[in-house]
Design a protein around this ligand. Structure first.
Ligand SMILES: Nc1nc2c(ncn2[C@@H]2O[C@H](COP(=O)(O)OP(=O)(O)O)[C@@H](O)[C@H]2O)c(=O)[nH]1
Ligand SMILES: [Mg+2]
Length: 445
């Protein structure tokens, strides 16, 4: 599912998130490509436009362009906007307590997956400790009642059916039966047509009235993309939905329906159907879907952590220090601890999409980081502030104090001196600090 859009966006995102420095043009180009990918995914044009405007506005702000790791910050913005498109947070079913009967009404065109979804939903409610009853109110399609009966048997859930041609009567009696038999949730499977037509709407309107449903859910075929959204809109205008279930999400490579439903109808996607089996129904989590679409591992968590650990202003102060060549071992230690605060370096790197391949993991050495920290901690303040005073006898003392060898102390000092020189050169290039951060923990060569 979502393979196509995910491949596209993953590429775009990987390219930009790897950049230590990005320009306005980089962002505009990336947004342009994202726009194309969304349109190709069959997301609604209106939705895409809004997405592009909001993302540009935020991403082109000073704060991002001048921040540490701007590429990743940009990805975070794209992710957050995607989550918003998909509906922000998980929307649960709004059902009554177990002592009162709750009613869920399923609507949709023929073949959209209503009957299958009704059974899936019943099984999932049963698993969560409720006592659901399926009500067979599709009396148009000859085999519909039989189909629901078989599924109810398979899922081990109750069903109410009768030989009757009037769905309103079936629903009314079905709900009475449910209450009498102490079921706590009735799930009503209704009939659909191939097209939306006035007669169907009229029939569903009277069923809806008889059902007094807590949830009126449209089952829409995700594979039909934009047209699923149009259908949702039409149903919502006539019948006021409480939510949407996107069926056949497993066969939807593009994602257009998922991206547009909430923005166009204002109604949340509550579940997705991910296969033909009774267990193939999943709650819809905007956050997880956005992450899946961007194929970005946990880059978002990573950016959040980095934002906590690295204050932009502090980074700028650091940069000034570097430029004035007044960067000391004390600052170096400070940076260590910042990196620490973000979690172990190894796990941090694993969260960066594509980083596993791009970075030679043997270069990352946490032991080395710990050793270096111990060495710096064994120095006196004046030593930390001016590493040049650390002659041979001081080196011996520091090695003893930190439980390392003079060789290690030498190595650290060489590495620090090298880093300092490199940073001084790079300070003119505004992004010194991110390059600096990226070389932490690497063994000096
Ligand atoms: N792959 C897949 N197939 C589904 C899903 N939901 C329903 N189907 C299939 O879609 C077809 C129509 O489903 P049905 O429940 O009869 O639709 P209805 O006419 O709206 O009641 C059936 O072959 C189902 O097995 C789903 O989430 N994934
Ligand atoms: Mg059906």
């Amino acid at each position: 599912m979502l393979e196509r859009i995910s491949d596209k966006l993953t590429d775009i995102v990987r390219q930009i998130s790897g950049k230590a420095h990005i320009s306005e043009k980089n962002i505009q180009d990336a947004i342009g490509e994202i726009k194309l990918a969304l349109l190709e995914a069959d997301a609604s044009l209106r939705v895409v436009r809004r997405f592009v405007n909001q993302t540009s506005e935020e991403a082109l702000g000073e704060r991002i362009l001048r921040s540490v790791a701007p590429g990743q910050q940009f990805v975070k913005i794209v992710h957050d906007k995607l989550v918003k498109l998909l509906g922000d947070s998980r929307q649960e079913l709004k059902l009554k307590g177990p002592d009162t009967l709750s009613v869920i009404l399923l609507l949709g065109l023929q073949g959209s997956g209503k009957t299958t979804t009704a059974a899936k939903l019943a099984v999932s409610l049963k698993d969560s400790g409720r006592k659901p009853l399926l009500v067979a109110a599709d009396l148009v399609r000859p085999a519909a009642v039989e189909q629901l009966s078989i599924l109810a048997d398979q899922g081990g859930v109750g069903i109410y059916k009768e030989a009757e041609k009037n769905p309103v009567r079936v629903v009314t009696r079905g709900l009475q039966y449910a209450a009498r038999q102490q079921y706590d949730t009735a799930i009503i499977d209704t009939s659909g047509r191939l097209q939306i037509d006035a007669e169907m709407m009229e029939e569903i309107r009277s069923v809806k009235k008889a059902a007094a449903a807590d949830e009126v859910l449209l089952v829409a075929d995700a594979m039909t993309g934009q047209s699923a959204v149009d259908i949702a809109k039409a149903f919502d205008e006539q019948l006021e939905l409480t939510g949407v279930i996107l069926s056949k999400f497993d066969s939807d490579a593009r994602g257009g329906a998922a991206l547009s439903v909430k923005s166009i109808t204002g109604k949340p996607i509550k579940f997705i159907g991910t296969g033909e089996k009774l267990g193939d129904l999943e709650p819809f989590y905007p956050e997880r879907i956005a992450t899946r679409i961007l194929g970005m591992g946990d880059v978002v968590t990573l950016v959040e952590k980095a934002q906590e650990a690295i204050d932009v202003q502090e980074a700028e102060q650091l940069q000034e220090k570097i430029a004035r060549a007044s960067f000391t071992l004390e600052d170096y230690l400070d940076q260590f601890r910042r990196v620490r605060k973000m979690g172990s370096l190894q796990s941090l790197i694993e969260m960066i999409p594509g980083a596993r391949g791009a970075l030679d993991e043997s270069q990352i050495d946490e032991q080395e980081m710990k050793r270096e920290e111990a060495i710096i901690l064994s120095m006196t303040r004046p030593e930390r502030r001016n590493h040049r005073i650390i002659g041979p006898s001081r080196r011996k003392r520091i090695a003893r104090g930190s439980g390392t060898a003079v060789y290690d102390v030498n190595k650290l000092l060489r590495k620090f001196e090298k880093a300092r020189l490199m940073m001084k050169k790079m300070a003119k290039n505004k992004k010194a600090q991110s390059a600096f951060l990226s070389q932490f923990g690497q063994t000096a060569t």
